[in-house]
Design a protein around this ligand. Structure first.
Ligand code: SF4
Length: 296
């Protein structure tokens, strides 16, 4: 594991993801090391390969100082804009316990009186540490990624991230503290098509946390992700691998989406964007939406 402190050139970076204006990535790399992570391409900016993903983390130690300057350049205190933490790292990975870069950035946004939306997405229960800061922000929404209800599955795919059971508890705590939340089921793991009970368990568990809004995304098997996955899943049962690769077909997605529609209705949830995101089609619909974010 390689860790270092670096100085970034900028921190509030414009972003093309639909609905998001700026991203803050306080770290380069992500210790959570999810097998399916799309951000593994970030290695090319720091001389690493996609296979090194999860094995390096660089803390942008000057992030708060930069944000303090950059935020003041926004017109109308950022009214109508959305800042997302984070697009290519997890803002609450292990290093955040020591560096508190995410927390400091949020404090700066709160103290400045940022008028836009601050949107956070993480796989860590460390996010509950910052509830006091969320309460000072004018408009914040916090999302937890939850891909199953089985800790063994989450440990397999998201090897250094907190277990899903812990994430579900974090969602509940946020809701109890009246913080606006959402859940991100992404990627939709391929076994759900054959194991509807497991999918239902997931919706039930989410509903029990009090979260109503969900984003759902199909597995993204872009070539570089597939290449890394095939190394990460080496030695897996052939059947499991086949299921993975067939998850990109239209028929597979339709079957799953039918099941999802019913569950959303049953648990009175709200599907954000009104669709299950499929990266390939989403990209075609929003051709400017998926530019690679700059790491520095
Ligand atoms: S937590 Fe997010 S950024 Fe980190 S490895 Fe997993 S998918 Fe990638």
């Amino acid at each position: 594991m390689e860790f270092k402190e670096v100085e970034a050139k900028s921190i509030l970076n414009p972003c093309g993801i639909p609905g998001i204006d700026y991203v803050i990535n306080p770290y380069i790399g992500c210790r959570f090391a999810c097998k399916y992570c799309y951000a593994s391409f970030m290695g090319r900016f720091v001389g690493k390969t996609i296979y090194d993903w999860g094995e390096y983390v660089y803390a942008k130690v000057n992030a708060p100082e930069l944000l303090n300057k950059e935020i003041k350049k926004l017109k109308n205190k950022g009214r109508g804009k959305e800042i997302f933490l984070s697009s290519v790292t997890d803002p609450y990975q292990q290093s955040e316990a020591k560096y508190k870069l995410t927390r400091q950035c949020l404090e700066i946004l709160a103290e400045y009186g940022f008028e836009g939306v601050v949107s956070i997405l993480t796989k860590s229960n460390m996010v509950t540490r910052d509830i006091d800061v969320f309460k000072k922000l004018k408009n914040v929404v916090v999302g937890l990624t939850v891909t199953s209800t089985d800790d063994k599955i989450s440990h397999y795919f998201e090897k250094n991230a907190p277990a899903v059971s812990v994430r579900l508890k974090a969602l509940k705590t946020l809701n109890e503290n009246k913080i606006k939340t959402y859940a991100f089921i992404g990627p939709l793991l391929p076994h759900f098509v054959a194991q509807t009970d497991e999918l239902e368990k997931l919706f039930k568990a989410l509903a029990e946390t009090g979260t109503k809004d969900i984003f759902i995304e199909h597995l993204n098997l872009a070539k570089y992700i597939r290449n890394r996955l095939s190394v990460e899943m080496k030695g897996e049962d052939k059947e499991v691998l086949e299921k993975f690769y067939s998850s990109q077909s239209k028929s597979y997605r339709q079957e799953l989406e039918e099941k999802i529609k019913k569950l959303i209705k049953k648990y009175k949830m709200h599907l954000l964007l009104d669709m299950v995101i499929f990266h390939k089609e989403f990209q075609e619909r929003h051709p400017h939406g998926q530019k690679n974010p700059k790491p520095f």
